[in-house]
Design a protein around this ligand. Structure first.
Ligand code: SF4
Length: 290
């Protein structure tokens, strides 16, 4: 099951298989892993939870509901699954899931509150970019406005919101807009978390085909570091935890906004002040991983 790094020690409960959208040009991860989208019966998921309890006992503190977008499921279905999970594993302190902005925005405030009250504490949303042009080119199926509205709605229900930002997604042509419009979404929503990843281009992805066709100019390594700097410089999101918690980031920058903003910028500036040869050698030392 694909889950965020922050859920590495979580109990994994699959409530749906694959991604119901599955069209983002940069992704295709469920195709690559051979997991087409399909829903599951509630009884089947409940039996999985019981089997997990038999296998491990009540040892987990956190749980993650997979796969890509459980928030698209019926609120009553999710609430029943969450209540059963919480009953079976009473020591759970946190339960989270991925959710697309479009699915969150289709849910009513009451439905989101029902899901939260049944036990979902946090939703991980792939913002990727706040730029409408980047979102459209990458076929993300959402918009700047929807990302703001869906994020606010999720937080109003009581859930924590974790937004994911993808360095390099605007390529060399749209990078400034990519950074500025994303910062604008973050500043308006003020999510609990902003988590940064660097774009990984799988050779079998649709985006790779667009590079071959000359429709996308891949960002340079140093360009992604400058994007990271530009994003942090543009943020005014008091209370947000900012983190680059993925192995393929060139710089691992972490802090609490707005207090740690200057420190994070100074760290990036000190890196950019290194001799060019050292920077290039460093970029080469970082693996590109999904
Ligand atoms: S990025 Fe997320 S929403 Fe887009 S295809 Fe991949 S899993 Fe689905």
């Amino acid at each position: 099951m694909i889950r965020p790094p922050s859920e590495a020690k979580s109990l994994l409960v699959r409530v749906v298989r694959g991604c119901n959208w599955n069209r983002c040009n940069f992704c295709g991860i469920y195709d690559l892993f051979g997991t087409p989208y399909s829903t599951r019966e509630k009884d089947e998921v409940i039996r999985d939870i019981d089997a997990l309890y038999e296998m491990y006992g009540d040892i987990f503190r956190t749980a993650f509901l997979g796969d890509a977008n459980p928030l698209d499921l019926d609120a009553g279905f999710l609430a029943d699954v969450l209540r059963h999970l919480r009953r079976k594993f009473p020591r759970l302190e946190r339960v989270t899931a991925y959710g697309r902005a479009s699915s969150l925005s289709r849910k009513t405030a009451e439905e989101l509150s029902l899901i939260h009250e049944a036990g979902l504490d946090r939703v991980h949303v792939g913002l990727e970019s706040g730029s409408n042009r980047v979102l459209k080119f990458q076929m993300k199926g959402t918009s700047h406005r929807q990302l703001i509205d869906a994020g606010k709605k999720a937080m109003a229900s009581g859930m924590e919101l974790s937004y994911y930002f993808l360095l390099g997604l605007g390529g060399q042509d749209l990078w400034e807009e990519h950074v500025n419009e994303s910062a604008a979404v973050f500043n308006e929503v003020k999510p609990h978390f902003i988590r940064v990843r660097r774009l990984f281009i799988h050779p079998l992805s649709r985006l790779s085909g667009k590079i071959q066709a000359g429709e996308f100019r891949e960002q340079t390594p140093e360009g992604t570091v400058r994007e990271l700097r530009g994003l942090i410089a543009g943020l005014d999101s008091e209370g947000t935890t900012f983190t680059c918690d993925h192995a393929n980031n060139y710089l691992q920058v972490h802090g609490r906004l707005n207090a740690d903003k200057s420190r994070m910028l100074e760290f990036i500036d000190s890196f950019l002040g290194l001799p060019e040869g050292e920077r290039i050698a460093y970029y080469r030392s970082i693996p590109s991983v999904i």
